[in-house]
Design a protein around this ligand. Structure first.
Ligand code: UT7
Length: 325
């Protein structure tokens, strides 16, 4: 008997109220609104912690819970029906207990399994792949797939090569077993890969005095286009569809020029690429659900549509998936 497919029932997000516009950086860095906007596509981002301000007490779990409540409400699923919570984050509340465990308690998902995964900016695609496997294998029926990041905790506000890029936010997808038995709907494929030999291009130390995110942006850029394009081709092939069949490409939002280069490489028209980096910057594992929500709210997630997700993060980690709505 063919195994069950998993479907995405809903998505919910949360972003902090504080808007940090590009202009703000001009007051203390050798940069400009114009440089940031043209080189990255970013105009503003939301942050929990403003540069130089005392650290806020809001946590990745708090933000994840706010996004999860929206997602559960939209799905019409009570917290008590959630079997598991998988949180992708590089800004966890603690090494342990996991951010997912805090969310389990705060949401009231009684008895649900909960764990965090570390895949940096491809975290959402990694969490989705794990959740999908658990649903398909029958281990779980309903799983929260969470990306929640307080990147502002990890910024060196003196490093113009990184601090202008990132923003804070959270996004949650409710993944559920599709009991209809249909094979043409739901998550059709998930592809994961890594290349640890390039770990020093993008990293965040867990120990020691300096705990700032560091990146060799220009080198990451070139690998990002190559690896994300390749991951798109793999996911599409494994799903048994063609790139021409893709209705929407929802890439990790790291740089508008990376997204455009991937679309060009894959011959996907720009109109099919969901981009909201101008509003949020790079929110790491939250960027795909933030873009998914936007597409959903403006009516682009239509019945029958084929959606291609792709992400790349420190590691390097690379993940992609095809979802037939
Ligand atoms: O989410 C995980 C994956 N992350 C990514 O995919 C990010 C990938 N990288 C990027 O998005 C881009 O490489 C950056 C936005 C980080 C940098 O853009 P770039 O076009 O690759 O610039 P670059 O690093 O080649 O630097 C060009 C120039 C340099 O000056 P010189 O050496 O030509 O005089 C930099 O020092 O731009 C300078 N520069 C800046 N100038 C003004 C770098 N950052 C800034 C800045 N403002 N913020």
């Amino acid at each position: 008997m063919a195994s069950t497919r998993a479907k995405i029932l809903s998505v919910g997000t949360y972003v902090p109220d504080t808007v940090l516009a590009n202009k703000f950086f001009e007051s203390f860095l050798d940069t400009s609104d114009e440089w940031i906007a043209t080189r990255t596509g970013i105009r503003e981002r939301r942050v929990v912690n403003m540069p130089g301000a005392p650290a806020s007490s809001i946590s990745a779990a708090d933000m994840g819970c706010r996004a999860a409540r929206v997602a559960l409400e939209r799905a019409g699923v009570p917290a008590s029906a959630v079997d598991g919570i998988i949180v992708a984050t590089f800004t966890p509340d603690n090494f342990f207990p996991s951010t997912a465990c805090r969310m389990q308690a705060d949401l009231g998902c009684k008895g649900a399994f909960a764990f965090d995964i570390s895949a940096a900016c491809s975290g959402f695609t990694y969490a989705l792949a794990v959740a999908n496997s658990m649903v398909v294998s029958g281990q779980a029926k309903t799983v929260l797939v969470v990306g929640s990041e307080i990147t502002s905790k990890t910024m060196d506000w003196k490093d113009r090569g990184t601090c202008i890029l990132f923003g804070d936010g959270a996004g949650v997808a409710v993944l559920q077993a599709d009991e209809s038995g249909r094979r043409d709907k739901g998550i059709l494929s998930c592809y994961l890969s890594s290349d640890g030999s390039m770990g020093d291009l993008l990293y965040l130390p867990a120990w020691g005095g300096e705990r700032f995110l560091r990146m060799k942006g220009n080198e990451v850029f070139k690998h990002a286009v190559r690896l994300m394009s390749g991951a798109c081709e793999k996911a599409v092939e494994q799903a048994g569809v063609k790139l021409e069949d893709v209705d929407l490409l929802i890439p990790h939002q790291a740089n508008i020029r990376i997204m455009q280069a991937i679309a060009e490489h894959l011959s996907i028209p720009e109109g099919k690429v969901v981009a909201n980096i101008h509003k949020y910057g790079n929110t790491s594992s939250a960027s795909i659900p933030l873009a998914l929500e936007e597409a959903w709210l403006d009516g682009r997630i239509r019945d029958g549509a084929k959606v291609l997700f792709v992400g790349l993060g420190g590691g390097f980690t690379v993940g992609s998936a095809v979802w037939a709505v």
